[in-house]
Design a protein around this ligand. Sequence first.
Ligand code: GLY
Length: 396
Amino acid sequence: MDALQSLTSTRHARYTEALDLLVSKLSEDESIIGVEFPYVTAPDGRWLTMPASVSAGYDGRAWSHGNWFCGFWVGLLLAAYLHSQEEKFLVWARERMRLVEARCEDGNTHDIGFIFQSSAIPFAHVTGDTRYAEIALRAARRLRSRLITTRSGAFISSWGPLTDLRGRRSSAIDTMANLPLLYWAADYADDGSFRLAGEAHAAMTWRGMVREDLSTYHAVEYDLASGDRVRGFTFQGYADDSCWPRGQAWAIYGFTATSRATGRENYLDLAAHLGDYYLHRTGERCVPPWDFDDPDVPHRLHDSSAAAIAAAGFLDIARLHPDKMAASTWREAALRTLDVLCDDYLAREGWHRGLLRHGVYSKPHNIGPDSAVMFGDYYFIEALLKVMMPGSFLPF
Ligand code: GLY
């Protein structure tokens, strides 16, 4: 085994415990949650659920992301199958995938990246069944069709039907983490237009959303003709000019994916710089506050989901980095984060149905402000599998 890949027995036992917990919790939950999909836990530890079919959209002035969580649940079932080899998880994943599949033509949201790269892509990878790859390809076509071209570049519009100007001119940093669906499709369909669309978005996001100090805006509005940034703003962070750590983590993950897909090292360098910013402001605790700039330092909540996403991104940087020393430093940053998540955040108590306590979905909207959140659990497991079973879960 490559020295870079070796794991101490303490870490191996710690990560195995987390994967065992996934297996036992999913096994219990599948029989009680019905046909809806979990998204955040309530204060009493129950999963709150919603149907897979709930799309994103505006209700008057209010925007709702809808159900962008449903693919993550399928991904967790597949992860449980890989870890336990118990067929029942595959059976459940198949049943769930039937409910998720209908969303692959959803024209309202960039989140079809999240939904299908966490479900259909690992499904095809784990089982070799190309039916799932074809579903992911349909979703990738839909995501590519969200590309808006301007005089100075092109970006993927994040929110809402493209006929709604509010969404059409906006893009969120989260979109960076939806790009792996496009990059996967470029290889699967041997169609470079997916890669071009993803890279165009990454280039414009770099210019429009990364600030000089290497923090990121949560979202921006572009002038649709010139492509200039009209304003930077936030939806789930503390303030328009603050740095929302989950967004920073999405950026780290997505720019690394862009480097992997294009072979361009400048995107890897950027991801590493964004990672340095994140690590510097997160400090020894390894789990960042929900917003780096919330001034209420003694009382502010921390977001375990941001840490899980960052850990997955750091592992990708480590895999890609041409310098062995740097690669090993990034891997160690990821493992330290996973250690803390396992030791201090894992919900070992049976009444709490999530895996990671203390995630934050949306503090400004008071949705899951201190909960397990579905994407936090998913990226935690994605990161653990990257360490424990490299190459088994995802093809990238
Ligand atoms: N929509 C992605 C997020 O809440 O982070």
